[in-house]
Design a protein. Structure first.
Lengths: 572, 363
């Protein structure tokens, strides 16, 4: 009788060779292999190996190319400024709406969240229409009013890219900090006041340090997103030859018409991008290595609001101005341009027509692209919902050896730029392995979406599973339920709300996805984002704006449904 | 028959040995309280019984049924063991109503719907929860949730019910009431009950027999509550159950001498029992209610505090530099008079026991 037998073979001692825990673990490993490991390994392999032998030439060539280096430098500059300014902006507005007595908070909070839903590349399109160096509507207006020689503002610049990215990414910090402020125990601040600290001292010494973890989490999100971002720099930068690494990769691949050589160059550039992201993550960790505080409670309490007194009116005006600038102007612009008969005509009612909407549906592939996007988003949402829950269950409950590796594998694609992921998927699943070629099919896009969004649903289910105390499942077992039945009767119903919200966390961004799709689409597999992008590229700007308006409506409708569904869930 | 037998159970988490060759027998239809300090392995034992932990060695029987045997490679699946359990945290399913919670074990046994409804109704009546049948657990108080958990353990007429520290979260009054109810339920159903607790007070109140576990997971005494209190088998039991005073003692020229810190008190009343020598340091242990006041005794004390607790007086007295607890029941106090704070008097020790001196480790 061996004494070293592990608890794990409970099932084996029952005479069962095949335990469910083992099966679940193996299944999640296999799925992660398909969607994560193989694509990532393919990138590394193809950058350094050519036809089976080591060949660093390509990589070195790419690394020393001045165009690529300037793209890398641009990427870093943009990410730096977007992160810095976005974090300051987000924290400031979070404090203003979370802690001060500024009026109309509810409405403003809802409005501040809009940029989060709004596809950034549509925003870039709107600003391009307004402030394009040659033909922007606002520029033309300013030139004629003030009799200027040339356009006063050119959005097609690094500054313009930074501005547009900030306006879409500061909500990351804003939302994190607002929720941290809400969960913070207000007595902590009150104690400081009672101890004689002034209002500003309290903010500086108590409030800010306590929300530092939230700020840093948000900043991290901004930084990784901005480093990997494709939409805004591609729309604003291409015409001026301003490249970032993600747009450079796209340019290289589309220039070579998707040839293997181009894809290999893209893969080498991807590695550069990954290195930049990795270095940035390390740097960020070093800079903000603050301990985590557990004094932020789950209970909701009513914090004491800080009276703004004389500053109230100016700050309110500032808030409204910001909202108008980042939310109202781009939305209205996209909508107005979608109505205009031809791009460049003044935006007056005489020039308005509904034809763009009709035309856009007649255009090649529009209907298909909406259907594709819906299918892909729903498909990726559902698959990720189950796969993410499966992995979360394995990691949280079964805890096999090497569960950390599983967890890292499932969140890895999250910090991998979408562009990189797309190249990995192309390399892995276009015939190189087992002769399976998914190129130009929806499946390849689906795999990329799953890899990209898997961590969303895993995190959501993970958090919910942590709340399900093991004794709940055990109680079911002792009541006569098999392991399977205890999962079905107890665990699944308890984490269902988290699974549903995981689904929507994936569905919404997948609906407006461009970064990966733009590299993976084929003639019949355009997605909504790609179609808008392509229409604009083809100069059909009013039609692109029309489709953009439709996309916005779809997103807003879906988002409303989500909030309605998640609002009235039972208090479990 | 539902007597439970643990034979030579060993279990460890990694390198942390929790139970080693642990054996225990629970008779059919009794309430056995397993008492021990937190972390001594009580819950681990329960989990072995339920099949949630797999012991390394040993056997577990319920009646004639073998639930687990390491040598014969028997390990019955959790769901087939048919043991009712009330978990420490109740483990009432938050997404099911009270009657769905209670009916779940029957549903899993494929009992007909009408019968389930009837039995759920009866069981809820037994725990006084009938009016809450359609409530969700989030609408119930802690005590009510616990009764749901008890009802769920009772409903399938399991021959054994295990209660794992079920009343620790309740207030004193509810705790009392719950213990009464558990007793009552047991009387009606004749179930064998294994009651796990670190709280000796509730154990004394409820049990037929008590089993005391030491912090290292060994069983140090098993017996009726009187046995345990009046005839503790070792210092651990004596100290763990009830309040106890310990005073260092030494022999000096034939007579014993109490030597608390900063004092020396010859103690002519007592003599060293057979088999004990003063070669190693000894302590005398005595319960507060076994100390009586006697002004003529050579053991002189100062009363520092006196608290009236309703049925008894609780004194803090100092013998030399050592603080002792003394309890005097109200009847004696009326008869012999209450000793005032600040008074100097003597004490006499009854029912004392000698134990080897414990290393000073702050336990």
């Amino acid at each position: 009788m061996s004494r070293s037998r592990k608890n794990r073979d409970l099932a084996a001692i029952d005479g069962k060779r095949f335990s469910m825990d083992g099966a679940l673990t193996v299944l999640s490993v296999v799925l992660l292999l398909i969607v994560v490991v193989i694509p990532v390994a393919s990138i590394i392999y193809n950058s350094f190996f050519f036809q089976g032998h080591f060949d660093p030439q390509l990589f070195i060539g790419q690394l020393t190319d001045p165009g690529n280096l300037s793209a890398m430098w641009n990427t870093i500059k943009i990410a730096f400024w977007v992160t810095l300014l976005g974090t300051i902006l987000g924290t400031f507005y979070a404090w203003l709406l979370g802690r001060s007595d500024i009026p109309a908070k509810g409405l403003m909070r809802a409005l501040f969240n809009i940029p989060y839903m709004f596809p950034p590349f549509l925003g870039a399109m709107a600003w391009d229409l307004l402030l394009n160096g040659r033909s922007g509507y606002l520029n033309k207006l300013l030139v004629s009013v003030f009799h200027l020689e040339s356009a006063p503002v050119n959005i097609n610049s690094l500054g313009g890219i930074i501005f547009v990215e900030i306006s879409y990414y500061f909500p990351f910090v804003f939302m994190q900090v607002v929720s941290a402020l809400e969960r913070m125990d207000p007595t902590l601040e009150e104690c400081a006041r009672i101890a004689g600290a002034k209002q500003m001292t309290v903010i500086r010494k108590i409030t800010l340090p306590l929300v530092v973890p939230a700020i840093s989490a948000g900043a991290l999100l901004i930084m990784t997103t901005s480093l990997a971002h494709f939409g805004v720099p591609s729309i604003l930068g291409f015409s001026q030859n301003i490249f970032t690494l993600p747009t450079k990769i796209y340019a290289v691949i589309s220039r070579t018409g998707g040839s293997f050589e181009g894809i290999r160059q893209g893969a080498a550039l991807s590695i550069m991008l990954v290195v930049v992201v990795g270095l940035a993550l390390i740097l960020q960790k070093k800079l903000l290595s603050s301990g985590s505080y557990d004094i932020i409670k789950g209970k909701s309490m009513r914090p004491t609001l800080i009276k703004l007194r004389g500053a109230k009116a100016p700050l309110l005006v500032l808030c409204i101005a910001t909202l108008v600038l980042i939310v109202v102007v781009p939305l209205v612009m996209i909508f107005l341009v979608s109505l205009v008969r031809a791009y460049g005509l003044p935006l007056i009612p005489e020039n308005f027509t509904i034809n763009n909407y009709l035309k856009v549906f007649k255009a090649d592939g529009t209907k298909g692209s909406i259907i594709n996007s819906l299918m892909l988003s729903v498909g990726a949402g559902i698959i990720c919902m189950f796969l993410g829950t499966l992995i979360a269950y394995v990691v949280q409950k079964i805890k096999p050896k090497g569960k950390e590796a599983l967890e890292i594998l499932s969140v890895l694609p999250y910090s991998l730029p979408g562009t990189v992921l797309a190249i990995g998927v192309i390399l892995a699943w276009s015939g190189a392995l087992f002769g399976i070629s998914l190129y130009n099919t929806l499946w390849i896009i689906l795999i990329a979406y799953i890899a990209r969004y898997l961590s969303f649903s895993m995190k959501s289910s993970s958090a919910a599973l942590l709340q399900v105390h093991p004794s709940l499942e055990e109680a079911a077992r002792t009541c006569g339920a098999s392991h399977m039945e205890s999962l079905k009767d107890v665990t699944l119903p308890l984490i269902r709300p988290a699974m549903v919200s995981g689904f929507f966390l994936i569905f919404l961004p997948a609906m407006r996805e461009v970064t990966t799709s733009v590299l993976l689409y084929g003639p019949k597999t355009r997605t909504l984002g790609v179609q808008i992008y392509a229409l604009r590229d083809a100069g059909m700007i009013p039609q692109a704006a029309a489709l953009g308006s439709i996309a916005i409506v779809i997103i807003i409708v879906c988002n409303t449904i989500v909030t309605e569904i998640t609002k009235d869930r039972k208090g479990v | 028959m539902a007597n439970v037998t643990f034979k030579n159970i060993s279990f460890r988490y990694g390198s942390n040995q929790i139970l080693k060759d642990f054996s225990l027998e629970i008779a059919d239809g009794e309430i056995l309280c397993l008492v021990g300090p937190s972390g001594c392995g009580k819950t681990t034992l329960v989990r072995c019984l339920l099949g949630l932990n797999k012991p390394e060695t040993g056997e577990i029987y319920v009646g004639d049924t073998c639930l687990f045997s390491a040598s014969r490679r028997v390990n019955m699946a959790v769901e087939r063991r048919n043991i009712g359990i009330v978990f420490q945290d109740y483990a009432v399913w938050p997404h099911l109503t009270v009657s769905e919670n209670v009916g779940y074990p029957l549903k899993k046994k494929r009992v007909a719907k009408a019968e389930i409804a009837q039995r759920v109704k009866d069981t809820l009546a037994l725990v006084n929860m009938s009016e809450y049948a359609n409530h969700l657990p989030s609408q119930l108080s802690g005590g009510q949730q616990q009764r749901v958990a008890i009802a769920r353990a009772l409903v399938s007429n399991s021959s054994i019910i295990v209660l794992d520290e079920p009343i620790t979260n309740l207030d004193a009054k509810l705790r009392e009431q719950m213990l009464e109810e558990i007793r009552e339920i047991q009387r009606k159903s004749g179930t064998t009950i294994l009651y796990i607790t670190h709280d000796q007070q509730s154990a004394l109140q409820l049990c037929d027999r008590m089993a005391i576990m030491e912090p290292d997971g060994t069983l140090c005494q098993i017996g009726t509550d009187e046995d345990i209190i009046l005839r503790p088998s070792n210092r651990f039991t004596f100290e763990f159950i009830g309040i106890s005073n310990f005073i260092p003692v030494e022999a000096e020229g034939g007579t014993l001498c109490l030597k608390p810190e900063g004092g020396r008190f010859p103690w002519p009343d007592a003599s060293l029992p057979q088999g004990l020598s003063t070669k190693e340091p000894l302590e005398v242990g005595v319960r507060p209610n076994d100390i009586v006041f006697d002004p003529d005794s050579p053991l002189k004390v100062t009363v520092t505090r006196s608290v009236f607790l309703g049925s008894e007086y609780d004194y803090f007295v100092t013998l030399g530099g050592k603080e002792l607890r003394v309890q005097q029941n109200a009847l004696d106090a009326a008869k012999y008079g209450v000793v005032r704070e600040g008074a100097e008097t003597g004490i006499r020790l009854l029912n004392y026991r000698f134990y080897p001196k414990k290393e000073v480790t702050g336990v």
